[in-house]
Design a protein. Structure first.
Length: 239
């Protein structure tokens, strides 16, 4: 659930400013179709939430989930059956790790309107805000901000995720754009699977629209069983 971010330094200000302008607003009808689909497959989304941009009249502002009324601690915000979550499908030969989630998402993207997950696939922002997807100008800005202190093996390292897709998942970076797209989306939108110690990840419709933050501002907790994935308010959330 969105709360105003804290900006500690110039580097963070520049990075946040840059990634915010890459987000597109979802059509209200598409959001409604997603919630309808979730309900139809046995899931629940608390109706006191809405997906919108931070500034309703500015489609370039941050998109996320906002509370429309006060929500009490302990309230289930999203409750989905595991069948409604994109994850590795071992029956199709997917490895039980993050690469398996990439392959699963890739299939759903390729199926398009024929996908079981089509209401979700339709609403995905296909421009994840990670450095590998920045324009050349954006990557140059990032390098300028860090100077000689560009960190390696961090979320800011340009090309890190593409290397992982190639060497770790076997993606043909040059000739399989859907594989690349699915991989970068998985990096940006998936969450770790609490029941998979092998590095598995899950793409959870609606929950992936939450803008995550840690520390005192964190206001959700995950409850995952073999059959359900629940997101619960860990504190009172104000509208």
């Amino acid at each position: 659930m969105i709360e105003p971010p804290l900006f500690n330094n110039l580097m963070t200000r520049l990075l946040i400013l840059f990634v915010f302008v890459t987000l597109a607003a979802a059509d209200d009808n598409d959001v409604g179709d997603l919630v309808t689909w979730i309900n139809s497959v046995g899931g629940v989304v608390d109706p006191r939430q809405v997906i919108r941009t931070e500034e309703p009249n500015d489609p370039s502002s941050l998109r996320g989930v906002f509370a429309t009324a006060n929500i009490a601690k302990g309230t289930p915000l999203v409750d989905l059956p595991m069948s409604a979550i994109i994850k590795p499908n071992t029956d199709k030969g997917d490895p039980p790790n993050m690469c398996g989630t990439v392959l699963s998402l890739k299939r759903e993207i390729e199926l398009g309107d024929k996908s079981f997950f089509s209401p979700y696939v339709k609403i995905i922002d296909y421009h994840p805000f990670i450095p590998d997807t920045y324009s050349k100008a954006g990557q140059l800005l990032l390098k300028k901000v860090f100077g000689n202190n560009m960190p390696t093996m961090s979320q800011y390292e340009i090309g890190r995720h593409l290397r992982w897709l190639s060497t770790g998942c076997g993606a043909d970076i040059e000739n399989d754009p859907v594989f690349v797209q699915a991989g970068l989306l998985t990096v940006a939108r998936s969450c770790s699977d609490p029941l998979n110690e092998g590095g598995g990840s899950l793409i959870v419709p609606y929950y992936d629209m939450y803008n995550h933050i840690n520390g005192r501002r964190l206001n959700t907790i995950i409850r995952r069983s073999q059959k359900r994935f629940k997101v619960i308010a860990s504190k009172d959330i104000k509208a």
